[in-house]
Ligand binder design. Sequence first.
Ligand code: GLY
Length: 347
Amino acid sequence: MSDRRSFLKQSMIGAASLALAGPTLARAAEASGSSGLPAARPRVISTWNFGDAANQGAWAVLSKGGRALDAVEQGVKITESDLNNRSVGLGGYPDRDGHVTLDASIMDGNGDCGAVAALQDIAHPISVARAVMEKTPHVLLVGDGALEFALSQGFKRSPFSITPGAVQAWKEWLKTSRYHPVANSEESTYGLGKHRGDIHNHDTIGMLAIDAHGQLAGACTTSGMAWKLAGRVGDSPIIGAGLFVDNEVGAATSTGVGEEVIRSAGSFLVVELMRQGRSPQDACREAVERIVRKRPELRHNDTQVAFIAINRAGETGAWAIQPGFEYAICDGGDRHGLIKSASVLSA
Ligand code: GLY
């Protein structure tokens, strides 16, 4: 199909989608003319199987013509609230000293961003990250300072710091104190010794959205590696590593072993590859392959890293080192459900 015909077809699909999506979205898209960004079909993409439920929270905002920034915050809060989730929010596994410490970041397409790391006792670190972005001149607050800031902003201390299930798992882990990252583990992302190929995936939730105004935003939140050293911070609250968003190009976020993502400035790399003309899928693939090229041992030690990405046209993509990574997309009445990611290694 010629470029022009392809463009016309895409435009017609876009217009029809907006019409089907209802008058609120159509009005919002019309208004986007003033933002200088092209009207877009709203869409949200999230990591792992729990991304599906989180997407519904984001869609409740996007479907009413709401902002991508509000959508990603509302969406990942659903995952943070799930106390059965062992790698996000206060339901997460603790560090090796028994403390659950939370990392989160949020960013919009204009470059505004905020993050918290090693935050304890607060149910929604993503909302504290947003407060850092909107209420302070800073980007990242950590530890006690982050907690003090949260309390000063009216966030309430949780009545519990760790769940009974996580305490039990931690005591079990203490018996051996074995520290061994395992890809896609069912029990935890890292450490309880489930085998590669378990695909009840638990790890960071990273979420990216585009709204009807063509604005992009992203959010990323996690309790980090189970049994980590006290003070360890992963990629999720590091802008450019766990999350990067630029309205001119697109957005990316990551999941998996944060150290590898930080070493490669992974999400920034994915966005810059899209800036050079790569599709979201191809950009994610190159970022993952670059990590493995530099550290070939990752092919053999169960390390998982995955990226998801969206560009300003709403096209999406993903790539992982190991098989077993899934992501979820929602863009309207259609729930695309879970999609199995391509990976460097095969099952
Ligand atoms: N990707 C989450 C972490 O490494 O903490």
